[in-house]
Design a binder for this molecule. Structure first.
Ligand SMILES: *Cc1c(COP(=O)(O)O)cnc(C)c1O
Length: 502
């Protein structure tokens, strides 16, 4: 064993605290966690604060002398917590946000305390094996082939970027990696529906493929990619001398939750030799819910799948994930030769390095929270919770359709719902462009009033050019009753806005 310095032990300093100090700091932090967990349902969802007020409370020059932990916990409790939006509240329906789970928070604490660096097996043997095990579980949840493999990333945007880099490298080879994008003789094309998340366009921009090379394919009435239009676009581009190399399918769009026809897109990808990437960041884990499972037929044929365990596995940020159907097809895009990456082991599992499959070198131990959360709950409880979220969204859609004062603006495919409030004047008869624009403005003001009210939170989307109130149920705490409270809250916000109108 390495020698410890007995004179430091038991004395403690800020950098190297004593056992008693660690127990005291973490004990008080745990008490806050318990109280927060108990009160989350009663907190105002969104903070009423301003950047100026927060700066005033937080900004100070770099402290030269250290301060007591108690002071810091006080700032956390009195400034940081009330200045935060509480994504764990059962009626926080904005964006695509997970509530986090208690066991995953504990896992993150342990992961940071152990502090392994998951660059490669030799740097972190057991943590690396745990990442393989949890990736295998995710493969099983998605119905992937046993030969598939992957890794955790900071988030879905990074998973999408990494997938596009692998796809581009398979098509272009070493010339582009060595000499840059200009070394490729023909313009490249990526295909994705008009509903695709902007991280795909950002990835194309960052990789030198170019945003304009992402060709947007129209969608059907359910906001799913029109596969005939995809084939038409590929044929047209090929005839014009461009090189189609990748198609991105959605398994749950962020706007309406649409799942593209994955099996049909896989057939097109095979026919034209395209890399098929599926952005399943929002929707992928819904395959654990029996009622949604058929939507994911064809998913396992994808060359890569981007996921976000920090969404529908309910985990705290950050944790994204990328699965490759054939990890060896991705490896040439990332592996490199440097002295410090040279591997001496001969046993293949021990020569494994994550840096061969993505851009990161140092990586945190995300697998621990995935492992603890999944093993602690079991896939049945997670699937049941996801099924409950789907049920809440369908319930909301039924309530909206049964009410004269609300209008559903898109079909509910998974747990996202888009609707708007209709004032009495808009409930009967036909509406002209001016009426539509007035409805847009009214609903935007309703959303702001709702957010300020603190009881329910929706974000917005544009559906066929119209302003929609948009929500996403992604929380194991949310019940059918919460959906009813939401509609009451929207009605109250609408009344307030209409009364305030001069
Ligand atoms: C959330 C999301 C992303 C981006 O993921 P981050 O983890 O926020 O980087 C990409 N695509 C879809 C469909 C998403 O829902």
């Amino acid at each position: 064993m390495a020698s410890t310095s007995p004179d430091r032990r038991g004395v403690g300093s800020a950098l190297d605290p004593s056992a008693e100090q660690i127990r005291d700091m973490s004990g008080r932090a745990v008490e806050w966690v318990v109280a927060h967990h108990d009160s989350i349902r009663d907190l105002p969802i969104a903070p009423r604060t301003s950047a100026a007020a927060l700066k005033k409370a937080l900004a100070e020059p770099l402290p030269v002398e250290g301060r007591d932990f108690t002071d810091l916990l006080t700032v956390f409790r009195d400034v940081v917590v009330p200045g935060s939006r509480h994504n764990g509240h059962p009626r926080f329906f904005g964006y695509v946000s997970a509530p986090g789970t208690a066991v995953a928070a504990v896992a993150d604490f342990l992961a940071s305390a152990l502090n392994p660096n998951l660059t490669a097996w030799r740097s972190a043997p057991a943590p690396t094996e745990l990442e393989h095990v949890t990736i295998d579980w995710i493969k099983e949840a998605l119905g992937c082939d046993p030969g598939a493999g992957g890794l955790f990333t900071s988030g879905g945007s990074m998973a999408n970027l990494t997938a596009l880099a692998a796809a581009r490298h398979r098509h272009c080879g070493d010339a582009v990696a060595t000499h840059g994008a200009a070394a490729h003789p023909a313009p490249l094309r990526v295909y994705a529906s008009t509903e695709t998340h902007h991280s795909i366009h950002k990835a194309a921009a960052l990789l030198g493929i170019g945003r304009a090379s992402v060709r947007e394919i129209p969608v059907d009435a359910r906001f799913r990619m029109d596969v005939d239009a995809l084939v038409g676009a590929i044929e047209e581009d090929r005839a014009a001398g461009a090189e189609p190399f990748c198609v991105v399918a959605n398994a749950g769009t962020v706007v309406t939750g649409a799942v593209d026809p994955l099996a049909e897109i896989a057939a097109v990808a095979r026919r034209y030799g395209l890399w098929m990437h599926v952005d399943a960041c929002y929707g992928g884990f819904a395959r654990l819910a029996p009622s949604a499972r058929p939507l994911f037929d064809g998913l396992s044929e994808a060359d890569s799948i981007a996921l976000d365990p920090h969404k529908w596995l309910y985990l705290p940020a950050d944790c994204g994930c990328l699965i490759y159907r054939d990890p060896e097809a991705a490896r040439p895009a990332f592996s490199l030769d440097a002295d410090y990456t040279r591997v001496m082991q001969t046993e293949p599992a021990e020569a494994f390095a994550f840096w061969d499959y993505g851009p990161d070198l140092s990586r945190r131990f995300r697998a621990l929270k995935v492992w603890m959360a999944l093993a602690h709950a079991g896939s049945r409880a997670v699937g049941d919770a996801i099924e409950g979220n789907l049920d809440c969204a369908r319930h909301l859609a039924e309530l909206v359709e049964a009410s004269a004062d609300f209008e559903l603006l898109a079909p509910v495919e998974l747990s996202i719902f888009c609707f708007r409030y209709l004032p009495p004047s808009a409930r009967a008869g036909s509406r002209g462009q001016a009426d539509e624009e007035e409805l847009d403005r009214l609903n935007e003001r309703i959303m702001v009033a709702l957010q300020q009210g603190g009881s329910s939170y929706l974000s917005n989307a544009t559906i066929n050019g119209r302003f929609a109130l948009r929500g996403c149920v992604l929380n194991y705490r949310t019940t059918r009753r919460d959906m009813e409270v939401l509609l009451d809250d929207v009605r109250r916000a609408a009344k307030q806005v209409i009364e305030e109108t001069p």
